[in-house]
Write a protein that binds this ligand. Structure first.
Ligand code: PMP
Length: 445
């Protein structure tokens, strides 16, 4: 297996010749928050699958729901007049779950990248129905991540995810993110930084012309870009600018949704109602590929009331509303609410964040600690705190390898260590994550 992995398997987001950070990364078993590799080494998974396994790996009600659905109705499409009962039941549950965010309807996809693609397409379609077909451009944040489809790649803030595929979709513009540790304004005060970023947004809108812009897409807390936590005034500020210029606000909740931030959605955490929400990942907790776009009330009504013929949805996937995925999502949603995982995410998130701040007191490799809002945290590692030089690949590999040997799987992304364990994680396992990081950082110092 190890040889096949090295020779025949190209892994996402890595060079074909990489064997990830020298780790024996073939995972063969997982239970609760623990994973076991091919050599029998068991670790606490501080990555939470890929920030999707919110309920851990042993969620029996989900497994039972999947098995029952497989026996009863393994597949029927939701295209052109047919649908399936599991998908219908789920749409009602999702509408209730995201009702406080102003959501009214859902459109099913097979994952996060699809959800972004559909939401961006629906934004253009919405403006066309309203006779504003000139609104075709998209705005997003530098450091933002929105998946790998061509529209998503076009709005991705990290140039590494764009440049190999250019030319991508024209008309996509990226605004500085409220990233206090590094930003073009050299502003470290989070509140002042918000004002500068919002001013940059207004400038870009003025430059492009408001009536050419369809939507602004953002993650409420930026995940893959290194857990960039905006000041609480940022997303409300974006909301009011979008309202002013009638630009749709799309919240990419693929990571933030379902309790990770300590609230049921990242938007709700900041007190904002977006026009659409992209959801995936924890919707099925890793048990089945699935996603959805939640559509706000005003938008849904515009499509429903359309008599021009432009309101017919031209997006859709063979597996939109897959009954097994829907059954998994129903069971996940019930468990998510029954266990109120957002509360544990908030409590354990605080424990983790405070522990990381403590580590930063004696590890000079740590340039910045980010988190404090649920179970999304990051350490940004630098070789020199003064000039913030990012550490090299070998140093980060040594941190992760040592942490792994000490019983914890962490995720390295550039010079960031990202921590996003399952939301059911216990206090003692957070302690274990912290002690293994301590060991990793000491080894790399
Ligand atoms: N949006 C965000 C915010 C994400 O973090 C991701 C994946 N990490 C995606 C979209 C894409 O989701 P998927 O990998 O399920 O296509």
């Amino acid at each position: 297996l190890k040889e096949n992995n090295a020779k025949h398997f190209w892994q996402p987001m890595s060079h074909p010749a990489d064997s990830l950070a020298n780790l024996p990364t073939i995972i063969t078993e997982a239970h609760g928050v623990r994973i076991t590799d091919i050599d029998g080494h068991e670790t606490v998974d501080a990555v939470g699958g890929l920030w999707n396994v919110n309920l851990g790996f042993s969620c029996q009600p989900v497994k039972d729901a999947i098995a029952a659905q497989l026996h009863r109705l393994p597949f029927y499409s939701t295209f052109r007049g047919t649908t399936n009962d599991a998908a219908v039941e789920l749409s009602w549950m999702l509408r209730n779950f995201f009702g406080p965010d102003g959501m009214a309807r859902c459109f099913y996809t097979s994952g996060g990248s699809d959800s972004v693609e559909v939401a961006l397409r629906l934004a253009r379609q919405y403006h066309k129905i309203r006779g504003e077909g000139g609104r075709t451009k998209y705005l997003s944040l530098k450091k933002g991540y929105h998946g790998t489809h061509t529209l998503g790649a076009s709005v991705n803030g990290n140039a590494n995810f764009r440049t190999q595929y250019e030319p991508l979709m024209p008309g996509c513009f990226h605004i500085p993110a409220p990233y206090a540790y590094r930003n073009p304004f050299n502003e470290s005060d989070p509140e002042k930084l918000v004002q500068l970023c919002l001013a940059a947004l207004e400038d870009e809108i003025g430059f492009q012309g408001a009536d050419t812009i369809a939507a602004f897409i953002m993650e409420p807390i930026l995940g893959a870009g290194g857990v960039i936590v905006p000041h609480e005034s940022f997303m409300p500020g974006v909301r009011s600018i979008c309202d002013k210029y009638r630009i749709l606000l799309i919240a990419d909740e693929v990571v933030c949704g379902f309790g990770r931030t300590g609230d049921w959605s990242g938007s709700r955490h900041w007190g904002v109602k977006p026009d659409m929400m992209c959801i995936a990942k924890a919707i099925t907790n890793g048990y089945f590929p699935f996603g959805a776009v939640m559509i706000g009330e005003a938008l849904a009504e515009t499509f429903e009331d359309d008599t021009s013929g432009r309101g017919a949805i031209g997006s859709g996937y063979t597996y939109s509303g897959h009954p097994v995925g829907a059954a998994a999502a129903i069971a996940c949603l019930k468990e998510t609410e029954r266990l109120s995982v957002k509360d544990n995410a908030a409590a354990r998130g605080t424990q983790l964040f405070e522990g990381l701040l403590e580590l930063a007191r004696h590890h000079t490799l740590i340039g910045d600690v980010r988190g404090g809002h649920g179970l999304m945290c990051a350490l940004e590692l630098v070789s020199d705190r003064g000039n913030k030089t990012p550490i090299g690949k070998q140093t980060s590999a040594l941190v992760s390898k040592t942490a792994y040997e000490n019983g914890v799987m962490i995720r390295v992304s550039g010079n960031n260590i990202i921590l996003s364990p399952s939301l059911i994680i216990e206090e003692s396992d957070i302690d274990k994550i912290l002690s293994s990081l301590d060991a990793g950082l000491s080894a790399a110092a």
